[in-house]
Design a binder for this molecule. Structure first.
Ligand code: TMP
Length: 208
């Protein structure tokens, strides 16, 4: 049995993370690799219940600090019940958003200290980080327009203003630049198949 690999897809709204997660799973399957696709917030029964709390209601329902705690709690359950067992069984895990979303949305854009978010992650999820994180990079305005066309931009986060989403995009760019060992920045303005191919090319060393 080969070791499971843990991949996360990150980026702002409308960058195509869910589409890429599915395309990647199919591409890996043709190479004999079994991957599960999961998402945050959510991915386990408990975390999906917390997702409902986080995504519904007025934008002001939770403060960024309360959100950081809820995302960390959801993640702790998801890691314990889904991600670690899959990796332990030799499966690959493709996660649509992970801790870097908390660092970008609640941290850089929401004002919560990055070290505090990482401390919550160390406590809740024993600090588990992806083997590789793909940033699907898109100008914030383009992503907002795509998300609006897809679902009316309805949840508590999508409805934030332009400045918020620009801060999120800038934060992800900063992570990708500073954490270059783990991060790969992919141009998400390319057609979806080209994005998938760019990720597969990057994974080549790990593929049979
Ligand atoms: P999505 O399922 O469409 O990606 O929506 C999830 C929303 O939640 C998205 O706007 C980003 C936000 N979010 C955070 O603010 N912090 C987090 O830690 C995560 C995982 C998501």
């Amino acid at each position: 049995m080969t070791d499971g690999r843990f991949l996360s897809l990150e980026g702002g709204e409308g960058a195509g993370k869910s589409t890429q997660a599915r395309a990647l799973r199919e591409a890996l399957a043709t190479r004999g690799i079994h991957a599960i696709v999961t998402r945050e917030p959510g991915g386990s029964e408990g975390a999906e219940a917390i997702r409902d709390l986080l995504m519904q209601g007025a934008a002001s329902r939770w403060s960024p600090h309360a959100e950081a705690l809820l995302f960390a709690a959801a993640r702790a359950d998801h890691v314990e019940k889904v991600i670690r067992p899959a990796l332990g069984a030799g499966q690959w895990v493709i996660c649509d958003r992970y801790v870097d979303s908390t660092r970008a949305y609640q941290g850089a854009a929401g004002g919560v200290d990055d070290a505090a978010i990482l401390a919550l992650h160390a406590f809740g999820s024993r600090g588990l980080l992806p083997d590789r994180t793909y940033l699907l990079a898109l100008p914030a305005a383009e992503g907002a327009a795509r998300a609006m066309a897809r679902d009316g931009g309805g949840d508590r986060f999508a409805m934030r203003g332009e400045d918020f989403h620009a801060a999120v995009a800038q934060a992800f760019d900063g992570f990708a630049a500073r954490e270059a060992d783990r991060y790969r920045r992919i141009d998400a303005m390319q057609p979806a198949p080209a994005v998938t191919q760019a990720i597969l090319d990057d994974l080549a060393d790990w593929l049979p």
